[in-house]
Design a protein around this ligand. Structure first.
Ligand code: ZN
Length: 344
């Protein structure tokens, strides 16, 4: 059994150096963003503390970005933000991926209730032209819930080349060029930089991405705001970033679990992150591996036990396990679906 004495205890048996070297799991305050295309499912399904009114589109779970740096408000690290922690505890958090000045991944939940803009993100090489701070942006979506008619667009149809796409842009008619399909809970869509995409209405998903918000809009479905204004498009930049050789991108459909708690599904293993999915009611260990690990609870609830304590994880919660946090075990209190995200 792990030692359950609280890590904040003033016990003389625990030297301060020991407290510094083994960091506990870190939960950040979610940053809840309202937009016109948001809804209420961040609250009704993921139990985020929304204000009474408003359309909430995004919950930034872990961010180290110019728009938001995640803050810790509870536990022994309360009062720190992620960038300070990376500066002060870089080795303890990042392990073999230290040193870095910035946390490399951005984790969100997203609730879409209308079509999001048709957009593309640059890759790392392209990104330096547009931003000093932001990297390229490869992203991945894991659908938590979807309406029966919910659809996404991801990639271009096979036969669509640059000039066919340019004529679609000129006519603002994308019906014949986009690869579009229905999605349902459990689908995983991997969206490398350069892939044109749009998320449709009725979809709640977890988003795993590089630490970047560089987005180039090609089309906004003729949306105008209350003042009759449309949002800026970035067609020139988008045309420079779209990968016209990539073709359509299909979802990774959930593989029926064999019922083994020790065999998670590997959803994605790319140069920027690796995503495993646990779907189980049995307890399982999270290996140390000398790197940080992020757990996102998509369904169910569990107890997280680690050297030095325990904490609860419920649906909609995200936790950062520092590299120095050892002996981590997940004990489901109900069948759970959980993502584990690492750099490699
Ligand atoms: Zn995107």
């Amino acid at each position: 059994m792990p030692n359950r004495s609280p890590v904040t205890s003033a016990s003389p048996l625990i030297a301060p150096a020991r407290l510094m070297s083994a960091l506990p799991p870190i939960s950040f305050d979610p940053w809840l963003r309202q937009t016109r295309w948001g809804g209420r499912r961040l609250e009704t399904i993921l139990r985020k503390p929304l204000e009474r009114h408003g359309h909430y589109a995004e919950s930034w779970e872990i961010a180290d970005h110019s728009q938001k740096i995640s803050e810790v408000t509870v536990g022994p690290l309360a009062g720190s933000n992620l960038r300070q922690l990376i500066r002060q505890e870089g080795r303890g958090i990042l392990g073999r991926h230290a040193p870095r000045t910035r946390f490399p991944l951005l984790l969100k939940f997203l609730d879409a209730n209308d079509w999001l803009s048709l957009q593309v993100h640059p890759n790392n090489q392209q990104a330096v032209r547009y931003s000093e701070a932001d990297s390229g942006k490869t992203e991945c979506w894991v659908v938590i819930s979807a309406e029966p008619e919910s659809e996404i667009c991801c990639g271009l149809k096979k036969e669509i080349d640059r000039s066919a796409f340019e004529s679609a842009v000129r006519s603002s008619n994308f019906d014949d060029v986009l690869h579009r399909y229905p999605v349902s809970a459990g689908d995983c869509i991997f969206v490398p930089a350069g892939i044109l995409h749009a998320i449709g209405p009725g979809i709640l998903l977890a988003e795993i991405q590089q630490q970047s918000d560089l987005t180039f809009r090609v089309h906004d479905w003729d949306y105008v705001d209350a003042q009759g204004k449309s949002r800026e498009l970035h067609v020139t930049q988008a045309m420079a970033c779209i990968d016209f050789d990539a073709g359509p991108v299909n979802p990774i459909r959930s593989v029926a679990s064999a019922g083994s708690a020790t065999a998670p599904e590997e959803l994605v293993n790319c140069e920027f992150f690796r995503i495993l999915r646990y779907t189980t009611a049995e307890e399982f260990n999270i290996p140390d591996d000398d790197q940080f690990r992020i757990l996102m609870t998509l369904d169910g609830h569990a107890e997280l036990s680690f050297d030095g304590g325990t904490s609860a994880l419920t649906r909609g919660q995200t936790v950062l396990l520092p590299a120095s946090c050892a002996g981590v075990k997940v004990v489901p209190g109900s069948p759970i679906t959980m993502l584990k995200i690492t750099l490699d």
